[in-house]
Design a protein around this ligand. Structure first.
Ligand SMILES: O=C(O)CCC(=O)C(=O)O
Ligand SMILES: [Fe+2]
Length: 216
């Protein structure tokens, strides 16, 4: 018998979250390459993560690639980020859940994922991330991307959608960044962008990887 390391309430145990984890997510990734779900994290955890990130003032402008040219960066992306260290129990709980998912994806899809890394991200009003892919083809470094949205309230006319495209550039889906929604997609295959919003937009972006290396 294995017990959860972090306490969970019976209410969480009653949610069909394990079916999402063991069946729906691997199936969706195998068949479509992406999935949107609200059932991976408890509302309590999401609320606490939101409180932590919205309180912090140590997020810094994100960079792209290794050439750390901040001017070039800011034409492509304007988010401010901070890596999750797992040192706080809250971050450890988020990372532990993602590690369960990593192991399940390995069991179901033989992806050989070795680690998961994630950062808090804040997009202030007007900030964006232009269309990009999270991993270069053939590098097999970042394999699966996840993004969890943290804002307790998000109105449909506030902007800030994640727009997912297929490989031919056709729009697949627009996702409103509402609290508790998590998006998963294959990192190499889906170009995506973050549209500007009218207010600060908080999320955790993460990547299941096959080996450690320099983050891109
Ligand atoms: O916040 C999002 O919806 C996506 C963020 C993203 O694309 C990234 O950090 O690579
Ligand atoms: Fe991305």
């Amino acid at each position: 018998m294995q017990y959860h390391e972090t306490p969970v309430t019976p209410v969480e145990l009653l949610q069909p979250v394990d079916v999402v984890l063991t069946e729906a997510l691997p199936d969706a990734l195998a068949q479509c390459g992406w999935m949107i779900t609200e059932q991976v994290f408890s509302p309590r955890l999401i609320q606490e993560l939101y409180e932590e990130v919205s309180d912090r003032n140590d997020l810094t402008p994100a960079s792209i690639g290794r050439a750390d040219d901040q001017q070039r960066n800011s034409r492509v992306r304007r988010d401010k980020t901070r890596w999750l260290s797992g040192q706080s129990p809250l971050q450890a709980e988020y990372l532990a859940r993602m590690d369960q998912i990593r192991q399940q994806l390995n069991r179901s899809l033989y992806l050989g994922l070795q680690e998961f890394e994630a950062h808090y991200a804040r997009y202030d009003a007007g900030d964006f991330y232009r269309t990009h892919v999270d991993a270069l083809k053939g590098q097999r470094n970042r394999v699966v991307t996840s993004v969890t949205y943290l804002n307790p309230v998000w109105q449909s006319d506030w902007g800030g959608e994640l727009v997912l495209y297929d490989e031919s550039g056709a729009q697949l889906r627009r996702v409103l960044p509402t609290m508790g929604t998590t998006v998963f997609f294959m990192s190499e295959e889906f170009p995506h962008e973050v549209l500007p919003a009218v207010t600060s937009r908080y999320s955790i972006a993460g990547w299941f990887r096959v080996s450690s290396g320099v983050a891109i």
